[in-house]
Design a protein around this ligand. Structure first.
Ligand SMILES: [Zn+2]
Length: 269
């Protein structure tokens, strides 16, 4: 059973602390990510000693990715429609003054267009960054206004407010970019979350390749996970906000050119 289905079935908020797209350090305080990252302890960041080879895309074939959620009608999207070489890169929890510009420069270097799942109040705090992301041709998705630890535990009115405020903030900051995709923090989906998402004209976006880069597991782990698990149709989850993202940027600088060289193309979900 997919990990997140287990979590939803159990309804376990405590389990979600270790789940996917999540950064408890600033969820708990209810504050914007600390721009200085003064609380971050520098972690060893050695270059990977071995870089795994990439399975090249096979046109017409989109094999399932072990551990990824199973698409259901009306449920969140875990994969792109199978078109042979296409994959998607999603970047969550920004915009962040320190890391979003570096991410934009890296993506521009390889001509990759990504989907930035932005937190509404971070977008409101950094409208210049939102505009830069949109101007570079990336899509901006709604990732709630405050990034609640478990959206499914909130009353319906609060869920609605989280989604509404984030879309409004992104629209205002960007000068008119209206999100059409919504990603729930931690992949915490429920019928109520999906309903509010649909009522605002947004599709629910999940992921199928998750190196848990937010937990700073090491550049080697992030590179290995991306390169060994990516298959045609994969939606890769990374982060440019919520803490120190040096490992994420170092890993993507290694992994992205290898995916491009293997024949993958980057598309919007
Ligand atoms: Zn997030």
């Amino acid at each position: 059973m997919p990990r997140r289905s287990v979590l939803l079935a159990l309804g376990g908020a405590s389990l979600l602390a270790g789940c996917g797209d999540d950064n408890a350090a600033w969820h708990a305080g209810g504050e914007l990510p600390d721009d200085s990252h003064s609380g971050d302890v520098a972690s060893p960041d050695p270059a990977p000693s071995v870089i795994p080879s990439v399975a090249p895309p096979t046109p017409g074939r989109c094999p399932p990715i072990a551990g990824a959620g199973t698409p259901r009608r009306g449920g969140p999207q875990y994969y792109l429609p199978c078109k042979g070489t296409q994959i998607a890169l999603t970047i969550d929890d920004g915009p962040d003054p320190q890391y979003t510009p570096r991410m934009l420069a890296l993506l521009a270097k390889y001509g990759i267009q990504a989907t930035f799942c932005m937190i509404g109040r971070a977008a409101a705090a950094h409208p210049d960054l939102v505009k830069q992301v949109v101007a570079a041709g990336h899509h901006v998705a709604n990732h709630t206004y405050t990034h609640p630890l478990n959206l499914t535990k909130l009353p319906d009115a609060q869920i609605r407010a989280e989604l509404h405020r984030a879309s409004d903030a992104i629209n205002t900051a960007s000068g008119g970019h209206q999100p059409t995709l919504f990603r729930a923090p931690g992949g915490a989906w429920s019928a109520a979350v999906l309903s509010e998402c649909g009522a605002l004209g947004m599709r629910a976006l999940d992921w199928s390749v998750d190196p848990r880069d937010w937990s700073r597991p090491g550049v080697q782990h992030i590179v290995d996970t991306i390169l060994t698990r990516t298959r045609p149709g994969a939606i890769i989850l990374e982060h440019d906000g919520g803490g120190n993202r040096d490992q994420t940027l170092s890993a993507l600088a290694i992994a992205l050119p290898r995916l491009v060289d293997a024949g993958y193309t980057f598309a919007q979900p």
